[in-house]
Structures are given as structure tokens and as C-alpha cells.
Design a protein around this ligand. Structure first.
Ligand code: ADP
Length: 997
């Protein structure tokens, strides 16, 4: 109450902030007035003058400060240029369509521009002209010469906007580029070199990954830094896409899944469960008939656990009384005191499915069904207990204990993989529906984006789910892929020194933008007052009644020639409505994944008299709907929402499609108790009561603004939950992000370095002492091991006697070796061509980084899956993940360095030079092998790639010298993680020598 009063007096924070920008807008307009008298050349000359001045400033901070000072003048230059183009009826083509320039920035657009320049999110309603708004801050920030990026949602918009707004930039003497999916690296580089570059988030992101994970020279990289970006539809990118990272991947060598094997059994199991649930539902119906609602509710709750989409269940949920009984049963079971009972209840089913959390769990019955001989094949062993038991077993030697533990570990891995396969199959059968979450096309499972209804070819669900769905649909099961490089869009955008965003709907998610991205939202007022009429929701018992009502409303508008835009949450719903309209003989267009080619065109025509357009939630976003002749008098465009979306924001987007720029327009949402939102998070219970009180008849609806609130409460609950999920994903991702930053920075330093040898020497300086310590800083220094390691890594021909390691302190030994290694290395390189040596040095480091980093990514994936299993042991998976990820990272960095050392003398740019070098080496022999402490396991050896060539070792017998194990061409190939281990154990490499931590 108090805050409400304060708000009345002071205005909201947003209003106060905008009020402070008022004087700046006035100054822009004053400058604009002055500039009217300038010649074109004089106006244009300002660009070059500023750019020159800003370029001289010492750093970005100083440059930003200067930009802030010249903002009013610079924005005025852009606005003035826009006016000149308009006055001249400047004609041009955009995406092969003729156009005439007809825009000059409105004051609210100037406001939006200031907000964007300051690195905030500008919320501007649809049709307010965000495309034009962005020209102001892009122009200003491009003056630094560091490149300014505008991120659009699709390739078409990137090209359209670059060509369209490009008229303004080129008029002012700035260059503009645009990234398109099919461009070659050379073309991309040119686009990034422009002052301003338009492109989609995934193109920007993938270019980053390729530049940092694959390019080995500066010339191969296409981007040139991350200075300023404006993200269009920022909510959709930072919030909706928060869960799907960009991944560059290659297929793994061998697939280990068993989806094919389990599919027939799982199909039977699902069938058995469905029969069981149908029987339970009939029993429940009988109980309800007898008036025993409690038992009925209890039975139906069981059905809900076992088959959430059971037809009878859905029907019963329509009946307020039964629904209440079921909800009551559910609620009571989730009390702590009844955990045991809930467990029993679940055991009476074959498995349980949780729709909300997407989880699937086998019961004892289910396990027996799948493997009557060994139901325990689906239970994860309690490793900690088993280990303790092994440790306590007096009859075992230490060695035997280790062996036993390794066996148990291996056993546990196999079980885990099996359980995982089965759980994914169950999810595929029970939660994922064809034509809703995915479609099958050309023998492929293609994901359908739940928000947009667009197909997302090329994307795959992670974690084996995609393969499970492929198995279910009987299409070719693609091999698991291995991640070569990955980043989430969010983390890509965090690279920018300054980030801004624009969208029609950010306010409801303002807290999330602030907490996670440090982006504040300013709501910019519309240019003209909004004339849209938002009607109350209409609420029905069943979907069927709801759709009938929707059709009636469409018929009604259509009869009056008022255009209607119907929004749906899924492709399936769009098609259902389309069929119903066909029956009514109402001509209409359907916008969904299947027709996105003509999408922009169809949307543009949606405002013509009498048109009916059905569209999934965000299809056709970014295209303006202009009203046809006479339509304003009919009330403008009418928007009908056929379901409330999980997020209020998406509903607001749909509403925002009408009544642009002061046009008339109206909107209404239809809701039914069978909608997912209502079923899962419903205010259903409360509403059921209300409905009963009113004694609702078939086809009758409820409508009251209080009910809108109830729906909104449900939405808020889901939003909150989704926010927590995204936050958690990001928490996990942050760990990777820090590691990626370290690795990519190192990589780029090496690429950029004029003297890559300094990097090689840094590696020697760090890695050699660490190794020496490993051998010597232990209870019993292992001198022989050290000698062996030195000789297998470097061609130094060191012997125990000559090196006299015993006589020096550990650190001195390290320095002694470092000097010798560097000396030998100088000699080796002196035989080679200097420029070639430089590329070779870069190559040695990059190669080690890339190979091991990719392995590391794989191991991190596995870790991430693994820590969730530990969640059961009362440990916080995130903390576990962080600790282990850190250890793994330390190990990775060490491994990279060791690999660099290892390849240092095994690579050459030129064979002749190499032979010359070999001739200078001390003689060595191949006979004696010093004892080692596993310094060079078969696996470690096997995975060494041979960048340039392998060198032959050999020589005369000689007494007292130790062999240098510079093997002739490595006989073992690089092993994939799923291939048999080269040590001959018969296990997979990943479970044997290649096991990570
Ligand atoms: P948004 O992305 O904010 O929904 P667009 O950038 O697609 O809006 O622009 C919507 C329409 O408004 C476009 O047709 C554009 O030509 C028009 N428009 C934008 N700004 C102006 C302006 N200052 N004067 C006239 N028309 C404008």
C-alpha cells in the first residue's frame, strides 16, 4: 500500500529514469534543427571527424566517455540524415523489393536509442519501429571503429534490416555488413570488418566457436572482438533459448546405446502399464459411482502417476468433483508422513512418469518384467557402501582391494548406462508426443520448438533422449555425437563489453535480466496512445467446448470482415483449428513450422479485411501487420489466444500483434481446464469450486476479471519454476564458461604471438618442475623414474650417473633439466627454417589444447550427468560439479603442457633438418628400460597424434646409457573413448586406461 502511494507521488522508477532523459531528447532535436542548414557533405564529415577523434583516445573507457558527450549531436546527425532521405523520397531495394524511405525518428525512438546506448533493455511495443531505433546507438558506437553488432532472430531479418537501415549508414559514411548462413569465411570476415554488422545469434555464436576452437591462425579467424551488441527480441534469446547451447560436434566412433535392444520390451511394458491404468480408471469410475470419492481419487492419482495422458483421467479431470477428489489424494500423498505409502503406491505400477519434471522411474514390478532373472540390473549399486565393505575385508590385499573396487566401479557404470537408456525410452514413449514436441520427416526426428512451433532441423535433444525418440519412431538412430566446441548463447553475449537489448516484452522478466545479465529494463512509452481493448479470458470445462467457442468467435468476426489473428501454442492445435475452420468453410492461412518460407508475406497480409490467420505463438515475429482499408472502422485486428501460455510474456507478445501505432484492435484469450497449464499448475482447484457454485452447463463459459488473476497466478508459478531451472543451468554453465575463457585466451595468445617460443618456454618452465616434483618430492625419491621420463620425452641422453640428481635439491634439478631441454631445443630449431619453426611451435601448442580440450568437454558432460546421481546421496550436485570440474581442469592444463613437452622433439617442419638434428644427438640405445611409475601408459602413448612426423630412434649399443624411447612411428592409432582399450584388457578405452578421474 505504502509503495503504491509513493508510486503515485513520485512515479515509478521507470518513469523517473525516462524523465531524466527528457532534456537529452530536447537537445537532439535542437541539434537536428541546426543541422538542417548543413550540406550533405558537411553532415557526413561529422562521422569521419568523430571517428578520428575517438580513435586517438587511449582506451575504451575514454572512448565511451566521449561517446556519451557527443550523443545528442550524433543522434541528431542520424535523425537529420533520415529526414533528408525521406524528403528526397529516396528509393532503393530491400531483399529485391523496391522501397522508398519514409521514416524520421520519433521522440520515443530517440529515448529508446539512448536506453540502448547505455547498455540496457528497451521494451518497446510491436510496431514502434525498433529497427529504426537501433540505428542511433549503432551509429554512435560504431564510431569507436571496434565494430557494432545487431543480433536478429533470423537470417532474413538480418539481411532485410542491413539493407534497409544500410541506406542511412552509407549516407553517413559508415559501412554495413550482414552475416548469412551460407557465407564462406572470407565473406564473413569482410562483413565483420564493417563498422556495423547484422546477423543472427547462432551465426555470431558459431563464428566465435570456429574462431576459437578450430582456426589456427589469425588469418583464419573471422571475428574481430566483442565491443557492442544490440540483441533484438532479447527475451526470446536470453530466456527462451537459455536451455539449448550451440554445439559444434562430430560423431563418436562407436555408439554404445542399447535403445534398439530395449525398445520391444519397453513397448510391451508401456502397453501393460496402459492396460493397468485403464483398469484402475474403470475401478475408480465405479467407486465414484458408489459415492466413494476418496478411493476413486486415490485410484485416479495412481493413474496420473502411471499414465498422465490417460484418456479417462483427462475426462474425469473435467468433472469438478472428481478433479477435487484426485487433487486431494495427490496432495495428501505428498505429505511427509505418507512418503512410505506413496512409495507403495508407486510400486503397484510398472513405472512412474512425472510430467512436470519429465522424469521416469521403474518400480520393482517393472524391473522384474524387463529382466526376470536379475531385476537388480536396473538398480544403481551403492558404491560407497560397497567400497567400505571392501576396505573392511581383512582377507584382501591392498592390490586385490583396488582391483575389486575397479570392478565394482565398472559394474556401476554399466548399470547406470542401462538405467539411463531405459528412462529415456520411457520418457520418449510417455511424455513426448509426435507432432507436438517433434515431427518425423525424411526418416528423421525433427524437434519442434515449443514456443514458436518452428521446426529446428539439426538440433538434437541431449543426453540420449533424441536417440530414444528415434528408436520409438523406428527411424535411423543417429550416432551419439561428441562435442567439439560448445557455448550457450547467453555466455556468448556475456563476451561483449557492452550489451543492449530490445523487445516488445521484457517487463515480466525484468528481475531475471537484472540478476543474471545485469541488464536493466526501461519501458518506453508508445508513440501514440495504445487503443487496444483486452477482453477478459473465457474459461471452459473442456477443450472441445473451448475450441467450439473460438470457432464461433472467428465466424462472427469473419462475417463482419474484421481480420482475426488466432494464436496457438502448438502446431497440433493450429492444425486442429484449421480443420474445424475448413468444415465451416472459412478461408484462412496457417502459419507454422511447415510454411515458414512465405511466413513474412502471410503475416503482412493478416490485417486485410476478412482474413483469418492461424499462427503458432511466435511465428512471423518481426513482421509488421498493417491494417487494410476500412479495417480500422471494423475495430482493427482482433487477436484470439486459444490457450494461455506458460509465460505471461508470450501472451503479451500475441496481444501486441494488434493495435500498433495507435491503431484500433482487440484481444481475447480462451482457456479450458484441460489445458496443460491448468492441469499442471492450475488454479484448477479454486476454479472448480467457483464453477460448481455457478452450476456450469455444457458449452457455458466463465468470464470475470478475478479469473484472469487465477490464471495469472498459475503462470507466475510456472515462470518462477522455469526461472529456477534456467538459473541452475547457467550456474552449471558458468563453470564451463570460466574454463573456456582461460583456454580460449591462451589459444589466442599463441595464435597472435610473434614469438611462440616464449609460450613453449613457459610450458617448459611450468611443466618440468611439476614433473620433477612428482618423482622426487615423495617419501622415496624415484630417480630412476625421473631419468626414464626425461629420456622418453626429450632426446637428452641423460643417465643416472651423469645427471647426479641425488646431489641437488628438487628445484635445482628442475632448473638443471630446463636448461638442458632449452639448449637441445635451440639446437633442434637452428636446423630448421625460422618461419616454419614458428608455425610448428604454434601448431604444437594448439594441437595439444584442441585435442585435450575436446576430451575434457566430453568428460565434463559425463560429470554433469554423473553428479545428478549423487543428488540422491544428499549432496548438492552443483557443489560436487564445481569441485570436480576444478580438479579436472587443473589436470587438463597439466596434461596439455605435458603433451606439448612430449611433442616438442617429435615434430619437425622439415625432414632433412630433423635428420641433421638427430645426427648431433648423443648416441643412445634401445635396450634398457628404466623402471617407470606409469609415466607413459599405453593409453597415454596411444593417443599421441603425430603432427608433423614421427622420428626414428636408434643407435649403437653403449654401456651405461639409457634408451631414449622415441619410438619409430607410433604403432597404435588414436583411440576413441568407446573403442577397445589398446592395453588389451578387453574393456572399452573410456572404462580402462582412458577413464577420466
Ligand atoms: P518493431 O520491430 O518495433 O515491431 P518495426 O521496426 O518492424 O517495428 O517497424 C514497424 C513499422 O513502423 C515499419 O513498417 C516501419 O516502417 C514503421 N516505422 C518505424 N519508425 C517509423 C517512423 N519514425 N516514421 C514512420 N514509420 C515508422
Amino acid at each position: 500500500m505504502v509503495t503504491w502511494i509513493l508510486k503515485k507521488i513520485l512515479g515509478s522508477k521507470n518513469q523517473r529514469e525516462l524523465r531524466r532523459l527528457g532534456p537529452i531528447v530536447r537537445r537532439i532535436n535542437e541539434f537536428d534543427e541546426q543541422f538542417k542548414s548543413l550540406s550533405d557533405d558537411a553532415l557526413r564529415a561529422k562521422t569521419a571527424a568523430w571517428a578520428e577523434e575517438v580513435a586517438k583516445l587511449p582506451d575504451l573507457e575514454a572512448q565511451w566517455q566521449r561517446l556519451e558527450e557527443i550523443l545528442p549531436e550524433a543522434f541528431a546527425v542520424v535523425k537529420n540524415a533520415a529526414r533528408r532521405l525521406k524528403d528526397r523520397h529516396h528509393a532503393f531495394t530491400v531483399c529485391d523489393q523496391p522501397m522508398t524511405w519514409d521514416m524520421v525518428h520519433f521522440d520515443v525512438q530517440l529515448l529508446g536509442g539512448i536506453v540502448l546506448h547505455r547498455g540496457r533493455i528497451a521494451e518497446m511495443a510491436t510496431g514502434e519501429g525498433k529497427t529504426l531505433v537501433a540505428t542511433l546507438p549503432l551509429y554512435l558506437n560504431a564510431l569507436t571503429g571496434r565494430g557494432a553488432h545487431l543480433v536478429t532472430v533470423n537470417d532474413y531479418l538480418a539481411r532485410r534490416d542491413a539493407e534497409w537501415m544500410g541506406q542511412l549508414y552509407t549516407f553517413l559514411g559508415l559501412s554495413v555488413g550482414c552475416i548469412q548462413h551460407d557465407q564462406e569465411p572470407d565473406v564473413r570476415r569482410q562483413q565483420y570488418a564493417c563498422d556495423i554488422t547484422y546477423g543472427t545469434n547462432s551465426e555470431f555464436g558459431f563464428d566465435y566457436l570456429r574462431d576459437n576452437g578450430m582456426a589456427t591462425t589469425r588469418e583464419q579467424q573471422v571475428q574481430r572482438g566483442y565491443h557492442y551488441a544490440i540483441v533484438d527480441e532479447v527475451d526470446s534469446i536470453l530466456i527462451d533459448e537459455a536451455r539449448t547451447p550451440l554445439i559444434i560436434s562430430g560423431p563418436t566412433t562407436i555408439s554404445t546405446h542399447q535403445y534398439d535392444k530395449w525398445k520391444p520390451l519397453i513397448e510391451q511394458l508401456v502397453r501393460k502399464q496402459n492396460m493397468l491404468c485403464n483398469r484402475l480408471a474403470s475401478e475408480a469410475a465405479a467407486k465414484f459411482e458408489e459415492g466413494d470419492a476418496e478411493t476413486g481419487g486415490r485410484l485416479m492419482f495412481k493413474v496420473k502417476l502411471g499414465q498422465p495422458r490417460n484418456k479417462q483421467l483427462l475426462r474425469m479431470m473435467e468433472d469438478p468433483e472428481k478433479r477435487r477428489a484426485i487433487d486431494k489424494a495427490e496432495l495428501s500423498f505428498y505429505q511427509d508422513t505418507r512418503k512410505e505409502e506413496l512409495f507403495q503406491l508407486k510400486e503397484e505400477l510398472f513405472f512412474t512418469i512425472d510430467e512436470k519434471s519429465n522424469e521416469a522411474d521403474l518400480s520393482e514390478q517393472g524391473r522384474v518384467f524387463l529382466n526376470p532373472d536379475d531385476p537388480n540390473a536396473f538398480v544403481l549399486p551403492d558404491l560407497i557402501n560397497e567400497f567400505t565393505e571392501i576396505d573392511l575385508d581383512q582377507s584382501l590385499s591392498d592390490e586385490e582391494k583396488d582391483k575389486k573396487k575397479a570392478e565394482r566401479q565398472q559394474h556401476c557404470d554399466t548399470q547406470a548406462e542401462r538405467i539411463h537408456n531405459i528412462a529415456q525410452l520411457l520418457r520418449a514413449y510417455c511424455v513426448f508426443e509426435k507432432d507436438v514436441q517433434y515431427v518425423v520427416e525424411e526418416n528423421k526426428v525433427v524437434i519442434v520448438d515449443e514456443f514458436t512451433g518452428r521446426k529446428m532441423p539439426g538440433r538434437r535433444w541431449s543426453d540420449g533422449l533424441h536417440q530414444a525418440v528415434e528408436a520409438k519412431e523406428g527411424v535411423q538412430i543417429d550416432r551419439e555425437t561428441q562435442t567439439l566446441a560448445t557455448i550457450t548463447i547467453q555466455n556468448y553475449f556475456r563476451l561483449y563489453q557492452k550489451l543492449a537489448g530490445m523487445t516488445g516484452t521484457a517487463e515480466t522478466e525484468a528481475a531475471e535480466f537484472h540478476d543474471i545479465y545485469k541488464l536493466d529494463v526501461n519501458v518506453i512509452p508508445t508513440n501514440r496512445p495504445v487503443a487496444r481493448k483486452d477482453h477478459n479470458d473465457r474459461i471452459y470445462k473442456t477443450r472441445r467446448e473451448k475450441y467450439n467457442a473460438v470457432i464461433n468467435e472467428i465466424k462472427d468476426s469473419h462475417a463482419r470482415q474484421q481480420p482475426v489473428l488466432v494464436g496457438t501454442v502448438s502446431v497440433e492445435a493450429s492444425e486442429l483449428l484449421s480443420r474445424m475452420l475448413k468444415r465451416e468453410k472459412i478461408p484462412h492461412n496457417v502459419l507454422n513450422a511447415k510454411f515458414h518460407m512465405q511466413e513474412a508475406e502471410i503475416v503482412a497480409r493478416a490485417g486485410q479485411p476478412g482474413t483469418v490467420t492461424i499462427s503458432t505463438n511466435m511465428a512471423g515475429r518481426g513482421t509488421d501487420i498493417k491494417l487494410g482499408p476500412g479495417v480500422p472502422n471494423l475495430g482493427g485486428l482482433h487477436v484470439v489466444g486459444t490457450e494461455r501460455h506458460e509465460a505471461r510474456r508470450i501472451d503479451r507478445q500475441l496481444r501486441g500483434r494488434c493495435a500498433r501505432q495507435g491503431d484500433p484492435g482487440s484481444s481475447r484469450f480462451y482457456v479450458s481446464f484441460e489445458d496443460d497449464l491448468m492441469r499442471n499448475f492450475g488454479a484448477a482447484d479454486r476454479m472448480t469450486k467457483i464453477m460448481e457454485r455457478f452450476g456450469l452447463e455444457e458449452g457455458q463459459e466463465l468470464e470475470h476479471r478475478w479469473l484472469n488473476k487465477s490464471v495469472e497466478t498459475a503462470q507466475k508459478r510456472v515462470e518462477q519454476r522455469n526461472y529456477m531451472i534456467r538459473k541452475r543451468t547457467l550456474d552449471f554453465d558458468d563453470v564451463m564458461n570460466m574454463q573456456r575463457e582461460v583456454v580460449y585466451t591462451w589459444r589466442n595468445e599463441v595464435i597472435d604471438s610473434e614469438e611462440p617460443r616464449t609460450h613453449i618456454y613457459e610450458v617448459i618452465d611450468e611443466a618440468v618442475p611439476a614433473k620433477v616434483k612428482e618423482f622426487l618430492e615423495i617419501d622415496e625419491p624415484n630417480f630412476a623414474g625421473l631419468v626414464h621420463w626425461v629420456n622418453t620425452t626429450f632426446p637428452l641422453g641423460v643417465t643416472k650417473e651423469k645427471a647426479q640428481f641425488e646431489t641437488r635439491a628438487v628445484e635445482e634439478n628442475a632448473q638443471f633439466l630446463i636448461a638442458k631441454i632449452k639448449d637441445a631445443y635451440e639446437r633442434k630449431s637452428s636446423h630448421e627454417e625460422p618461419t616454419a619453426v614458428k608455425s610448428l611451435e604454434r601448431y604444437i601448442i594448439l594441437n595439444a589444447i584442441d585435442r585435450l580440450w575436446q576430451e575434457h568437454l566430453y568428460a565434463m558432460d559425463a560429470l554433469r550427468e554423473g553428479v545428478y546421481l549423487r543428488g540422491y546421496a544428499q549432496k548438492d550436485p552443483l557443489i560436487e560439479y564445481k569441485t570436480e570440474a576444478y580438479d579436472m581442469f587443473v589436470e587438463l592444463m597439466m596434461n596439455i603442457k605435458n603433451e606439448v613437452l612430449h611433442n616438442l622433439f617429435r615434430s619437425t617442419s622439415n625432414l632433412q633438418a630433423f635428420e641433421n638434428f638427430l645426427a648431433t644427438l648423443p648416441q643412445f640405445l634401445l635396450r634398457e628400460h628404466a623402471p617407470t611409475a606409469g609415466a607413459d601408459s599405453p593409453a597415454a602413448r596411444a593417443r599421441q597424434p603425430q603432427p608433423a612426423m614421427a622420428m626414428a630412434g636408434g643407435g649403437e649399443d653403449g654401456e651405461g646409457e639409457v634408451a631414449i624411447d622415441l619410438p619409430a612411428r607410433r604403432s597404435l592409432p588414436k583411440v576413441g573413448r568407446n573403442e577397445p582399450c589398446p592395453c588389451g584388457s578387453g574393456k572399452k578405452y573410456k572404462n580402462c586406461c582412458g577413464r577420466v578421474a
